[in-house]
Write a protein that binds this ligand. Structure first.
Ligand SMILES: *[C@@H]1O[C@H](CO)[C@@H](O)[C@H](O)[C@H]1NC(C)=O
Ligand SMILES: *[C@@H]1O[C@H](CO)[C@@H](O)[C@H](O)[C@H]1NC(C)=O
Ligand SMILES: *[C@@H]1O[C@H](CO)[C@@H](O)[C@H](O)[C@H]1NC(C)=O
Ligand SMILES: *[C@@H]1O[C@H](CO)[C@@H](O)[C@H](O)[C@H]1NC(C)=O
Ligand SMILES: *[C@@H]1O[C@H](CO)[C@@H](O)[C@H](O)[C@H]1NC(C)=O
Ligand SMILES: *[C@@H]1O[C@H](CO)[C@@H](O)[C@H](O)[C@H]1NC(C)=O
Length: 513
């Protein structure tokens, strides 16, 4: 359609000719719709035609079909456009124009208008050239999980007229390897390192999309424990364990001593650490994508020796000439390796080493040392006695006798009945046997286990004399009385008991054949 001034009536036939020859008039825009990036320059390509015999007097572009007075508004006189509009065409057939730094406000229809030297020679190119201005938007999932496949799309609100090459940036660095005619960026099996600020652009244009943060979620990695403070932890120190981990979203941290849960939180403060706090610690980082434990760290809580004591091996009362072994026992970390032994009221040490052999009477104590200090024990008393032999024997015999009497009384009562019937036979047969072997009597009763007949006269035809040897001191004073030596056929062994308490001890009589 064209807008023209209505032809005067006498020229009606001319009009007919005009319409017929309307094909001679025209403006062609190619393309008729331009989609341009904001801030870019657009070239609106255009050609026009008119019948021969006309001479082009005026050409201009306008953006609305409303006349201001006689004519449409010339865009190049519009202050909004004058600086940005450049006519590239000519006055024959080329009506190309360039508009630079386009903005959304430039979204419009534009028309080319030309006027010839003939009164009716005015033409405007309808339907005009449509200009759309777009910016770029990057579409991306907000959060993805490591290993996912991610598609980023660079979107424009209209299909860009120039088939563009898209450029991608991550953290302002161009992803050079990705240069694609597609407006999509595909990240296959996304990694943590792929997280970052992304934007897209179109090659050779300054406009880029706003940045979009790609959040890559992943399970905890690189979980480790650090210990504040000195390498050597002393009891009473304050120790801070901190757990670091790399995860997205941030992990929740728990602490374990061995396998036992002890604390929640990234920081584990132990103020005034005690030896009980020593051990292996580890932290666990956990988020909804997984969990990981750190390597264990060992808290070796050191302290100087304590609870130092002397342990006595055996009796603290010894006989002169003997010794008693004393051990220095202590609780310390690191273990005490150095010890000193002292005798009370004697300034210099009497020994070193963990054990000490005391040969003198006195009160002894030890001192245990480790690199952190020393502590002494309480003193123990060692008593050395002379050898009052008779006293010992008397005490020994007295006590022994009392015990033996009791035992024998019990034994005798129990065994008497049985022995009366059995024992003589048994003993006789044994005696017979023993004699043949030149052996002495073997008493099987436990009480007599240590009593041995002494085959002092082994070649005698008959047992004419008989000694009983008591290896147990309890029987020291018991003697066999060889009352019939040299005897007849009967070698009776009598027991001569010098101590009245043994009055009840009897040896069964026997009658050898
Ligand atoms: C218009 O210009 C053409 C070419 O210069 C000329 O031949 C023609 O006579 C002109 N017409 C008028 C009405 O001036
Ligand atoms: C019109 O002029 C422009 C600029 O001089 C040129 O690039 C374009 O090719 C011309 N168009 C035609 C159809 O001649
Ligand atoms: C841990 O202890 C340090 C030093 O004693 C202190 O500065 C810090 O605030 C403590 N942190 C916590 C979480 O208790
Ligand atoms: C060690 O000594 C401390 C005091 O120093 C005491 O509380 C603790 O019970 C002692 N431990 C042993 C095993 O004696
Ligand atoms: C105690 O003494 C015995 C023998 O004298 C010895 O065999 C043992 O090893 C000692 N024990 C300690 C702990 O010294
Ligand atoms: C050691 O000396 C103290 C006083 O200095 C005294 O009371 C104690 O009896 C003395 N001990 C010995 C075994 O001499």
């Amino acid at each position: 359609m064209s807008v023209r001034m209505a032809p005067p009536l006498p020229l009606i036939f001319l009009l007919i000719i005009h319409i017929v020859s309307g094909a001679d008039w025209g403006v062609k825009y190619s393309p008729s719709h331009i989609c341009a990036l904001k801030d870019s320059s657009v070239i609106m390509s255009c050609t026009y035609k008119y019948p021969t015999g006309h001479q082009i007097m005026k050409v201009f572009w306008t953006k609305d079909l409303v006349k201001h007075g006689e004519e449409f508004a010339d865009l190049s006189e519009d202050p909004e456009y004058s600086q940005r509009l450049q006519y590239l065409g000519d006055k024959q057939q080329n009506c190309t124009v360039r508009l630079s730094h386009v903005t959304e406000k430039d979204e419009h229809k534009y028309y080319f208008r030309f006027i010839t030297n003939i009164t009716t020679g005015r033409w405007i190119g309808i339907p005009g050239e449509r200009l759309s201005v777009t910016d770029l938007q990057l579409e991306s999932p907000e959060r993805v999980t490591e290993g996912d496949s991610v598609r980023l799309t660079c979107r424009s609100s209209c299909k860009l007229t120039d088939t563009p090459t898209f450029i991608w940036y991550r953290n302002s660095q161009r992803l050079t390897e990705r240069r694609d005619r597609s407006n999509e960026l595909l990240l296959q099996s996304v990694r943590r390192e792929d997280a970052g600020r992304y934007r897209c652009a179109v090659h050779e244009h300054t406009l880029t999309s706003p940045e979009v943060y790609l959040n890559v979620m992943y399970s905890p990695k690189s979980v480790s424990v650090s210990i504040s403070g000195s390498a050597v932890i002393m009891e009473g120190d304050s120790v801070t364990l901190s757990c670091s981990s790399d995860s997205n979203p941030p992990a929740e941290i728990n602490w374990f001593k061995g396998i036992e849960y002890v604390k929640y939180g990234r920081i584990f403060n132990i103020s005034k650490i005690s030896s009980d706090n020593g051990g292996e610690y580890k932290c666990r980082a956990r988020n909804k994508h997984g969990e990981k434990y750190s390597d264990p760290v060992t808290l070796d809580v050191q302290y100087s020796p304590r609870n130092v004591s002397v342990s006595i091996n055996g009796s603290a009362v010894i006989v002169s000439g003997d010794s008693v072994s004393l051990m220095c026992i202590s609780d310390s970390n690191p273990p005490a390796l150095s010890f000193s032994w002292f005798k009370e009221n004697q300034s210099s040490a009497v020994g070193s080493g963990q054990s000490f052999s005391a040969v003198q009477s006195g009160r002894f104590y030890c001192e245990a040392h480790n690199p952190h200090g020393a502590q002494r024990s309480d003193a123990v008393t060692v008593t050395v006695k002379g050898r009052p032999l008779i006293l010992y024997i008397s005490i020994g015999v007295g006590c022994g006798a009392a015990v033996v009497i009791m035992i024998l009384l019990i034994w005798k009562n129990r065994m008497k009945i049985r022995n009366d019937t059995e024992e003589s036979q048994i003993n006789q047969s044994r005696l017979h046997h023993d004699r043949n072997n030149d052996n002495c009597i073997d008493f099987t009763e436990p009480m007599y286990e240590n009593i041995k007949m002494n085959p002092s006269r082994p070649h005698q035809d008959r047992l004419t004399a008989c000694d009983v040897q008591f290896s147990d001191p309890l029987y020291e004073n018991i003697k066999m009385n060889p009352s019939r030596i040299p005897g007849g056929t009967r070698a009776d062994c009598d027991v001569h008991v010098t101590d009245p308490v043994y009055g009840n001890v009897m040896v069964s009589e026997y009658s050898p054949h």
